[in-house]
Design a binder for this molecule. Structure first.
Ligand SMILES: Cc1cc2nc3c(=O)[nH]c(=O)nc-3n(C[C@H](O)[C@H](O)[C@H](O)COP(=O)(O)OP(=O)(O)OC[C@H]3O[C@@H](n4cnc5c(N)ncnc54)[C@H](O)[C@@H]3O)c2cc1C
Length: 387
């Protein structure tokens, strides 16, 4: 019997594996694909704060982003310079390589990783957990679900699903070099979400990650975006394969139970404003590992003991998640002319100063609360609330 079985070899599972193996636990990670990190569904934008949780080798960096341009439904644009505050560097990493580098670190720490190993079932019993891996039983004392947006095992174990989900689609394509991330908003463009064009460099080739996060058919919105003459003019090749996927925007109602913890997307941990989830996956993995290590030391893997994981993530990111979810609710009620007004308001010098003073890439509470004190922005959002 293993101490810990982890379902899923994305950032959340791999960091949990590394941290628990470093503490001397016997860890087995099961990944359904034959290679960790493939296929890539993610843009890979992270802030350098992530390096505190996981090493970021230089060779996996595809870009260092200086600024974002928000484009309103009517075509008004507002530029936000991330580096203006000097505190945060924003990187685009190659997600496939990032995950493989995390896998190497986990293996070096002593974790075993089995690829091509899909978990079809999990059962909790008084002695431990039993996983059905392609018809073979694997036993462990505890289990971490780090299976991303595959929620089948949650249902088997009686865990609820994140209540808020959106659809996404993404392609990578060769394109003219650029230094700016473009984000497009509007009901026709990407209802309840946005489209993005993120510049990257692979060796001497420049490219773009083009994506959509929307309610409904994200692939359709992305295809129409790519067909725009202004976007087509920037491209140097036909777009690669489009990858579609759902994304949770709210934590699952329960993320700890008897012998089981949920981390990363499996727990619904992404930023409700942008859908970014790499940092929160690593953070929740690290908090889950702390909790499991203590649980093994204390001989306690019951739900009551493991609930301290929920208190830990709530203390770290609970307020950011709540305030961001609340802003998202407002924004999804806004009409196009109101989004237009918001983006124009964001471009003003006073609001830019607020952003530079309070914005942090991974924690949105402070900047949202500060922006709500700006008269132009508060009145627009309130209007959408009382309509
Ligand atoms: C289009 C798009 C763009 C994004 N861009 C960004 C971005 O720029 N920045 C950012 O921070 N976040 C981004 N995200 C979010 C980010 O990709 C996720 O939050 C992150 O991948 C979550 O990591 P994870 O380890 O929880 O899950 P995943 O990375 O999804 O890993 C889960 C793993 O579990 C495996 N698995 C699933 N079920 C089983 C099973 N039954 N048995 C065995 N293995 C299983 C899967 O194959 C997968 O390898 C993006 C998401 C999407 C969809």
């Amino acid at each position: 019997m293993h101490d810990l079985a982890i379902v899923g070899g994305g950032p959340a599972g791999l960091l949990t594996a590394r941290r628990c193996a470093e503490a001397g636990l016997d860890v087995l990670l099961l990944e359904e694909h034959t290679q960790v990190g493939e296929p890539v569904h993610c843009t890979g934008i992270i802030s350098f704060e992530t390096a505190a949780l996981a090493k970021i080798p230089d060779e996996i960096v595809l870009g260092r982003l200086q600024r974002a341009r928000l484009v309103s439904p009517a075509g008004a644009a507002c530029e936000v310079r991330w580096t203006a505050s000097g505190s945060e560097e924003i990187l685009v990493v190659d997600r496939g390589h990032f995950d493989r580098s995390l896998a190497e670190q986990a293996q070096r720490a002593g974790a075993a990783i089995r690829t091509g190993a899909r978990v079809d079932g999990v059962e909790v019993n008084p002695q431990g957990v039993t996983l059905d891996v392609g018809g073979q039983d694997v036993s462990a004392r505890a289990c971490v679900l780090a299976c991303g947006v595959s929620y089948r095992l949650h249902r088997q174990l009686g865990f609820g699903l994140p209540a808020q989900m959106v659809h996404t689609a993404q392609v990578e394509v060769d394109a003219e070099p650029s230094e700016t991330v473009d984000l497009y908003f509007g009901r026709e463009v990407a209802p309840d979400g946005f489209l993005w064009a993120v510049p990257i460099r692979r060796g001497n080739r420049s490219g773009l990650k083009l994506g959509a996060l929307t309610r409904g058919d994200a692939g359709g919105y992305l295809s129409r975006f790519i067909a725009r003459p202004k976007i087509r003019a920037r491209l140097r090749s036909a777009p690669g394969r489009m990858i579609r996927r759902i994304l949770p925007l709210e934590p699952a109602p329960q993320t700890a139970g008897d012998r089981v913890l949920l981390v990363g997307d499996a727990g619904g941990f992404t930023k409700p404003t942008t859908g970014g989830g790499i940092y929160y996956s690593l953070l929740t993995a690290s908090l889950a590992a702390d909790t499991l290590i203590e649980g093994f030391q204390a001989g306690r893997l019951d739900a009551e003991f493991l609930a301290r994981y929920e208190s830990r993530w709530a203390a770290e990111i609970g307020a950011d998640l709540r305030v961001s979810a609340w802003l998202r609710q407002f924004l999804t009620r806004c009409r196009d002319d109101e989004i237009d007004g918001l983006i124009r308001a964001l471009a003003s010098d006073s609001v830019q100063a607020v952003i530079h003073r309070t914005a942090r890439f991974n924690r949105h509470r402070d900047v949202i609360l500060a922006l709500l004190r700006e008269p132009g922005i508060a009145s627009l959002l309130l209007k959408s609330l009382f309509r």
